[in-house]
Ligand binder design. Sequence first.
Ligand code: FRU
Length: 509
Amino acid sequence: MTEDLRAAALEAINRSQAAADSDYPVVHLAPPVGRLNDPNGLLVEGGTYHAFYQFSPFHPHRKLVYWGHASSDDLLHWTQHEPAIIPDSYYDRSGAYSGGAVVLDEDEACGLPASSRYQFFYTGNLKDPVTDERTASQCLVTSPDLERFTKWPDNPLLPAHPAGYTAHFRDPQVWRDPDDPGSFRMILGVQREDLTGAALLYRSEDLRSWRLEGELSFPDADGAFDHFGYMWECPGLVRLTDELTGQVRDVLIWCPQGIAPEDEGYENIFPCVYTVGCLEGTELRECDGTFAEVDRGFEFYAPQPFARRPSEPGPVLLVGWAGNASQDDQPSIETGGWVHALTVPRTVALRGGRLLQRPAVPLPADAAALSIVGRRLEGATPIRELDGHGSWHLRLEADPADARWGLRIGDEACCVTIEFLYDDDGAARLVVDRSRSRYTRHGATRTVTLPAGTPPRLEVVHDRSITELFVGDGALVFTLRSFVAPGTTGASVIGESVHPVAGCAVCFD
Ligand code: FRU
């Protein structure tokens, strides 16, 4: 008899004690049990946000990837639903891998029945149990209501990789072609037969039959991306208007595996980078080959934007995985049987060719003003408003004359510190140190040189065991897992001369 994989996952979820773990986040989406990795199929519908994600309910005992599903009306509190895609078909029985969503408007039916209003494209992963040979196919699931999910009877849509590439062929993102109404495009990550990474573009008018247009190329990049890692995972394109130049730009965000680390930057096992150009056909024109990491933190990967239907436009919101491949050795596996979380949704903008990211839910106007009293010359000064709270969002602004300032989360014995250091010549550095926390394995301290002129402002979303730093109004973002003492609450301002000129906070617990 075939195993009932849906029932088995529901049983694991029902038995789970994860949410009772004192490290389990309040406003970040984490798995109900087991392991979570990439965000998938993010979409907005009638003001409700749906997030799907790579979900392994039986981790660490058995690696089998489903699509988990949660929704939120405020982008802060998430309700879990039953898994949406179960890896129980011949083409996905080794995992329903990453992909994206399209939400159709009524007048866009593409000849499809109403039951197809929500379209989810994903990779069916199949490993031959005898030879271990991999087959990757691109598959479709549709839903009329985001409660029932049906695999397309003619799956897979793309049964295997095209000639010239290996079976590392995955992570479809589909979007409407803004320059050709009625046409949809798909971008996929691939490995060429010469073992270099690339992205492929496909096109469809009915979302069912897809034709290969070719490899994404960079005619003005002087070969910068011709041999750029051995595989590209999770490529995606977002269209943004540059706030400085007014130009419409296509931003390619992707995860090239196998980029050599630099003195500073690219320290994670695999990076997530972006580059800016103008997509015309299969060419990303006017892209000069410069690229930068999307997030400089210890844990960040595989972000994607929320899909919207044309009649419900809104800002570009991005969510990433606050994790990395092969780094599941976190304390929460022992204490609660769960591992990893997604970042909070971020609004993204482009300014002078650089991405700016800010929490999608801004601090409310009536956020409590911080009273940092009794400032000591040495050591840390507790922020009274955060006493008793382990989940909060705050903003600090320092006096530009301060040579050193920052924040300590947790107590002296078990903490994460975030410090800004300014040299006499004006160079500024951010130093994040989690060497005195409960999770130090994959990076204990990291120094990031700040772009010249970064304003001395820091916004922090800290949520029990995950922290996101938004520096200088979103010019630099740094995501990390921050396992401070279990149940630790509050934070302190640190530094010899710190003098926050403005600060405010809200608490979530
Ligand atoms: C990225 C990734 C994707 C793949 C998925 C499998 O983290 O490796 O390329 O689809 O995770 O879980």
